[in-house]
Design a protein around this ligand. Structure first.
Ligand SMILES: NC(=O)C1=CN([C@@H]2O[C@H](COP(=O)(O)OP(=O)(O)OC[C@H]3O[C@@H](n4cnc5c(N)ncnc54)[C@H](OP(=O)(O)O)[C@@H]3O)[C@@H](O)[C@H]2O)C=CC1
Ligand SMILES: O=C(CO)COP(=O)(O)O
Length: 341
């Protein structure tokens, strides 16, 4: 196991990039946090705080905050890309000529490329940065709770044992644990798909859903996620782990989740465009819903919750009508895996 210091770059000065960079800097590794906005980088570096995304949480003195991408990435052994899915590819393209050979690259984004033929973030890394070991970090990880020092666990998924070992070693601390998984696709789909169901659960909460309803929604969400991921070639057992059911429970039950808050506002009757504009941060679930609906239709995968939410958000159907249809639809099997055909 590696014990010497690792040079790390974290790209994206939003809430999650800042939280991850801070853990690694506290652990004593030379760490560069890159944010595109020069003024913002200077203010954060001076104040030792990211007041735009994580106000009130002091950052480690040793964390280097910069808007100079070449400086951040130049000699990095390990690069985390914490950029929302809509801009992920453009940043991957920018770092291509800057990366040291052998640099390992990890996505922390939980989304699917808009209008990109259902491309996951780690597939973008594969396409743009071929030859570099790549991985995905995903789990029940609110940035705010990480910087507040709440005990947290995550999953690193990669085909490269060297990468998973290095990420476990650089991120581990008294408050942060990292588990390994080889099912990169499953871990990545878990992080992306749960955002759709967080919107649904937020919407249900705003409409007064009781405990029975919330439990039904969470469990049927998990069934849909597993069914879709299985059709995509992922291992459905991955969804029993932190990046599956763990992150689903977290985001479907807390208003710290931006996707849950989007759903809650929609359930209160606010228009989607206003809700998204007022958020000030990324809620990946809205785009993910479009991508997953299209892909599920293409693959003929049964996803009633996805179809229902899609029809509310993009076909202007009334929530009450969709709920009635879902509740009176075909009653099928509870647990699909292992069921005799
Ligand atoms: N927040 C959380 O708790 C968690 C988030 N994630 C995932 O991490 C990803 C990032 O989310 P998060 O940090 O929360 O997002 P935020 O909305 O907090 O911040 C987004 C960041 O990305 C930057 N950015 C956007 N477009 C570009 C671009 N073209 N070039 C460079 N930088 C850009 C923004 O810069 P600017 O300020 O200049 O606009 C901002 O720093 C998402 O996919 C999310 O799902 C994963 C786990 C937990
Ligand atoms: O992914 C997250 C926590 O694991 C954050 O969820 P939101 O993007 O909904 O805030």
């Amino acid at each position: 196991m590696e014990s010497h210091s690792v040079r790390v770059a974290v790209l994206g000065g939003g809430s999650f990039g800042t939280a991850i960079a801070n853990i690694i800097a506290v652990n004593g590794h030379p760490t560069y946090l890159w944010m595109r906005d020069r003024d913002n980088a200077e203010v954060c570096a001076q104040a030792r705080e990211n007041s735009k995304y994580l106000p009130g949480y002091p950052l480690c003195e040793a964390l280097n905050i910069t808007s100079d991408l070449a400086l951040a990435v130049d000699e990095a052994d390990l690069v985390f890309v914490s950029i929302p899915s809509h801009s992920f590819r453009s940043v991957a393209q920018q770092i291509k000529p800057l990366l040291a050979s052998g640099a390992q690259v990890v996505s922390t984004a939980k989304g699917i490329e808009p209008d990109g033929g259902f491309t996951l973030m780690s597939e973008i890394l594969q396409q743009e940065l071929s030859g570099h070991p790549i991985g995905v970090l995903s789990g029940p990880n609110f940035a705010k709770e990480i910087v507040a020092g709440q005990q947290t666990a995550s999953v690193i998924a990669s085909e490269s044992e060297a990468l998973t070992a290095r990420v476990q070693q650089t991120l581990r601390s008294e408050t942060f644990r990292v588990y390994a998984n080889h099912d990169r696709g499953g871990v990545e789909l878990g992080g992306a798909l749960k955002n759709i169901y967080a919107i649904i659960c937020g919407m249900a909460a705003a409409m007064g859903a009781g405990n029975n309803t919330q439990a039904m929604l969470l469990t049927r969400s998990l069934a849909e996620m597993g069914r879709f991921a299985s059709a995509m070639g992922a291992n459905p057992m991955t969804f029993l782990g932190l990046a599956g059911v763990g992150d689903l429970i977290l985001t479907c039950t807390s208003d710290l989740s931006r996707n849950y808050r989007v759903g809650y506002a929609l359930g209160q009757g606010q228009p989607l465009d206003d809700v998204v504009a007022g958020l000030g941060q990324v809620a990946e679930g809205v785009n993910t819903l479009r991508q997953v609906k299209q892909k599920a239709d293409d693959m003929d995968v049964y996803m009633p919750l996805v179809s229902g939410l899609y029809s509310i958000l993009f076909e202007r159907r009334e929530i009450a009508d969709v709920v009635r249809e879902l509740m009176t639809g075909e009653q099928s099997y509870d647990v699909e895996y292992g069921r005799a055909k």
